[in-house]
Design a protein around this ligand. Structure first.
Ligand code: PMP
Length: 359
């Protein structure tokens, strides 16, 4: 069969592995170790299967209202664009806002789906190396001549947060040098100790914030994410969405998403628990001689001196823990470890201590 020439150049995203040979503690995809709120369980139990014969609301109006109404959001529903996971929202953003006439900018080490979308939409790319301490080189990212910028905050896989003062300074420089070009801040991990860019939306019409329910809302299996930006930017995203898939968020996801939004207090507690486990685990690794980057996410990026990331990954796998290695130039020594329950992290810490001591 002849395939479209569009397909031959594609380099698809490779997600964290899901092996079936035994039961692993999965610490390789930044999933939550905790269940969604009991409000979600109640909603699912009361869900009327009969309603599935009807299409969902294509505009997810009630879900938008629920997202906009969450504590700390301070936005209107017409500033919210829900989608089938934030990956889909990101895809629409690449299509809508980055013009192929100029390169789109992202950090050299960041979410590995960005280059995939750039390839899919035939966008030229300029990647900007991180600073020696693995923080973002925002000065270089804001240089004139880009079609827009995208990065996760906190960054992935480093976990390092760009504080609001640094973010504002970057936005000022970028929008002065590249007026009207989108700045996309991917806040997939913001709820684990970061400060959201939401208050900057009023100052910078170029700002688009992307969020997911997959991590802090324990919904990786449901597929729900959203963008927040000006009503004008959201309308542009709707045009693209309605040219691709009119109904990206199904009836069940809309109902359960609304239920999740009603219990923000539960998720705040869960995120605080994960952040506390992270800090304890990081301190333990450091005590054992590891280098651990300062993370504000639900994972840590760390290296055991004298061992490659691949070696650590394999040693952990033998003990029943799945970690993630990227092996990209400059990160070969590192593993990314998702934060699980305190018990799992304690067991892993003991394994890793023993492994690295046995050198
Ligand atoms: N952004 C970043 C930085 C991520 O790490 C992920 C998770 N792989 C996503 C977006 C996508 O999340 P989802 O599609 O599950 O909402």
């Amino acid at each position: 069969m002849k395939l479209s020439s569009r397909v031959s150049g594609l380099r698809p995203y490779i997600p964290g592995e899901q092996p079936a040979d035994r039961v692993y503690v999965k610490l390789n995809a930044n999933e939550s170790p905790y269940p969604p709120s009991p409000a979600v369980e109640n909603e699912l139990r009361g869900f009327r299967t009969e309603t599935l014969r009807l299409y969902p609301d294509p505009d997810s109006r009630d879900l938008r209202k629920a997202i906009a109404g969450m504590p700390g959001m301070d936005v209107t529903p017409d500033m919210v664009f829900p989608g089938n996971g934030s990956d889909e929202v990101l895809s629409f953003i690449f299509c809508t806002f980055f013009d192929p006439s100029l390169p789109v900018i992202f950090p050299q080490h960041s979410y590995s789906f960005y280059p995939v979308y750039a390839g899919f939409y035939h966008l030229p790319v300029r990647t900007v190396p991180l600073r020696p301490d693995f923080s973002l080189d925002t000065g270089t990212m804001a240089q004139p001549g880009n079609a827009g910028v995208i990065f996760p905050n906190p960054n992935a896989p480093t976990g390092i947060l760009l504080e609001t003062s640094g973010l504002r300074a970057f936005l000022q420089q970028q929008t002065e040098n590249n007026p009207g070009r989108a700045v996309v801040v991917d806040e997939a991990y913001i709820d684990f100790g970061g400060e959201s860019a939401l208050p900057l939306l009023r100052e910078f019409p170029e700002l688009i914030i992307v969020r997911t329910f997959s991590k802090s809302f324990s919904f990786a299996g449901l597929r729900l994410g959203y963008a927040v930006s000006s009503p004008e930017n959201i309308r542009a995203l709707e045009t693209v969405k309605n040219s691709f898939n009119h109904f990206p968020v199904d009836r069940i996801a809309q109902r359960l998403g609304i239920a999740a939004c009603s219990d923000a207090a539960y998720y705040r507690r869960v995120c605080a628990e994960i952040a506390a486990t992270r800090d304890q685990f990081s301190a333990g690794l450091q005590k054992a001689g590891w280098q651990v980057l300062p993370s504000k996410a639900n994972f840590v990026f760390a290296r055991c001196p004298g061992r490659s990331g691949q070696e650590v990954y394999e040693a952990a796998k033998k003990e029943g823990f799945l970690l993630r290695v990227f092996g990209t130039p400059g990160t070969e020594d590192f593993v990314r470890i998702t934060i699980g329950t305190p018990q799992d992290m304690q067991t892993l810490l003991e394994c890793l201590e023993k492994y690295c001591a046995a050198k």
